[in-house]
Design a protein around this ligand. Structure first.
Ligand code: GRF
Length: 238
């Protein structure tokens, strides 16, 4: 059974048991509004973390079933029950804080958050956005990328700051825009990359390889070798 704010029932008896075999370390709370495919990728990555809860503002979010399948507790904080953003955000924060999370993960959470909420979780609130930020912040990124005629598009994992889709970047993945691409085809190609980079970025934050530095930029303790380049259209063999 799902619970709402103030209700202490959990969806699943197994929800109190860490859903993987690793020693629990960091606690994550995940916020969703819909499909939950990034949530699913994250849960399937079996990171050595504890999931406090998946919280949705929508009763109908498919992601709630994904969470339940993985034995993670779910909660609903329905934004329609609150007169304004600040009151919704404080109810949401109260629900999040019950789980004492180290990291709050936005995974398709479709509400604009107040500056007060964002500041409360500064350095421990992350988001995935379906474009190569700072290009195409906001909605309809794939349509806008096609309209702009870019040849390379992608996705970005970033820490959240009060300004929409402009926080410090943790990681990005790029895909080519192909001839004849529709919004749906492009979205699918980008989404496949989201499912790869989001679990890795979260793993790195949880094990200390990625952190928000005092200069407001992300420090990566993990070195990496450049892995070739992506040209679109591809370069001809010479
Ligand atoms: C993804 O495209 C993500 O980048 C954006 O919202 C969408 C969520 O999809 N923030 P899902 O619910 O994870 O399937």
């Amino acid at each position: 059974m799902r619970y709402e704010v103030g209700d202490t029932r959990y969806t699943h008896p197994a929800s109190r048991i860490p859903h993987h075999e690793y020693m629990a370390e960091k606690t994550l709370v995940i916020l969703i509004s819909g499909r939950g495919s990034n949530l699913e990728a994250l849960l399937e990555a079996r990171l050595p973390v504890r999931y406090g809860a998946v919280i949705s503002n929508e009763f109908a979010a498919r992601g709630l079933a994904v969470a339940a399948k993985h034995g993670v507790a779910t909660a609903i904080v329905d934004h329609r029950k609150f007169p304004d953003r600040p009151s919704f955000d404080s109810a949401l924060a109260a629900e999040i804080d019950r789980h004492r999370p180290d990291l709050v993960v936005l995974a398709g959470f479709m509400r604009i958050l107040t500056a007060a909420f964002v500041q409360r979780y500064q350095g421990r609130l992350v988001n995935i956005h379906p474009s190569l930020l700072p290009a195409f912040p906001g909605l309809d990124t794939h349509r806008r990328a096609l309209e702009a005629g870019v040849r390379i598009h992608g996705c970005t994992v970033h820490f959240v700051t009060p300004a929409l889709d402009s926080g410090p970047i943790i990681g990005q993945a790029a895909v080519p825009v192909l001839p004849g691409d529709t919004e749906e085809r492009l979205a699918q190609r980008v989404l496949a990359e989201e499912h790869r980079i989001y679990p890795q970025a979260i793993r790195w934050i949880c094990d200390g390889r990625a952190a928000l530095g005092p200069d407001g930029r992300v420090t990566l303790k993990q070195g990496w070798k450049a892995d070739g380049s992506l040209a679109s259209p591809p370069l001809e063999a010479r």
